[in-house]
Write a protein that binds this ligand. Sequence first.
Ligand code: SAH
Ligand code: SF4
Length: 350
Amino acid sequence: MKTDIKSMTLAEIKKAFQAEGLPAFRGLQVYRWLHRGVESFDEMSDLSRDLRQKLSEKYYISVAIIEKKRVSRYDNTIKYLFRLHDGQYVESVLMEYHHGYSICISTQAGCKMGCTFCATGQGGWFRDLAPSEMLAQIQAAQKDSGNRVSNIVLMGMGEPLDNYENVLRFLELVSSDEGMNIGARHISLSTCGLVDKIYDLADKKLQVTLSVSLHAPNDQIRSRTMPVNRKWNVEALLKACRYYAETTHRRISFEYAMIQGVNDTDACAQELARRLKGMLCHVNLIPVNDVTGANYRKSSQDRLQKFSKILSDKGIPVTVRRTLGSDIEASCGQLRGKHEEEAVLNESRQ
Ligand code: SAH
Ligand code: SF4
């Protein structure tokens, strides 16, 4: 069994190298190469052939291989379907915004949470991703597109707080000075509401922006679409969010996918405004994406505007999110689902 070297911190690599009689500076050299995105030890050109050979016997480097790629006709959004070493597929989306590039990456292959509107949730859970596999998605997208990513969103497939230790390690690696050096202030983490982990994360005081997939103003509606709500209800979740905002002084971003006739009435907007009152937060309204198999329809633009106005009249900051890459199944889990459906795995293989 080889060791996943890209999931190791610089200190851990140095320690392991020292134990094998290698000087500490070798550890730093290797760490830098790994975080520049090399895919094999042979690319580490300032190491001797012997050392590269020795390392490759003991360690492996995680990579994400492009299985499919779609570029939006409307904007420069690129959606990648990556294949991991064991044949699992995960998705990432690279988006151009304001002054840079932002990437949305996956934290698990599949998801256990079972939200009824979500393609990933409907497909079930396969496994957690290693920290190195989160890094590999960013590195592969950067290499392919030639763009440097400055912001990261943990909002692809999977529930990041259900893979908590690996996500925390990823945050440590990606923000390291000798690594990609992308700090917590440039990272958002999206959760369906694992309340115990929201408290844990708040206490780490990391300055990561917390996005919370709320999608309903009360338990009756939320428990119907999001099974997690039966464990931690809206009240418990909002209490944890207030704690997060107060502890980190970071504004919580609430995601609210508007589903026609389910959660988009005036009464829902009023109830939502009441419950969020006084919290350091922001609401993102998104028309729900059609997911094969789920019987949900997008709310109309009129409905979105009306809902948004009720919130803002009550003092809740709100935006109606533009949908990026709407022609490329850019919503969570859609491309993987489609890929499996098509069964023509060769199409546009890289
Ligand atoms: N598991 C985490 C992060 C991944 S899901 C979470 O749930 O927050 C990423 C986002 O996509 C979440 O806000 C999720 O609610 C949203 N989402 C999933 N399916 C969607 C759909 N069909 N339309 C709109 N948003 C969707
Ligand atoms: Fe999992 Fe998030 Fe999809 Fe829910 S919305 S099933 S938590 S990925």
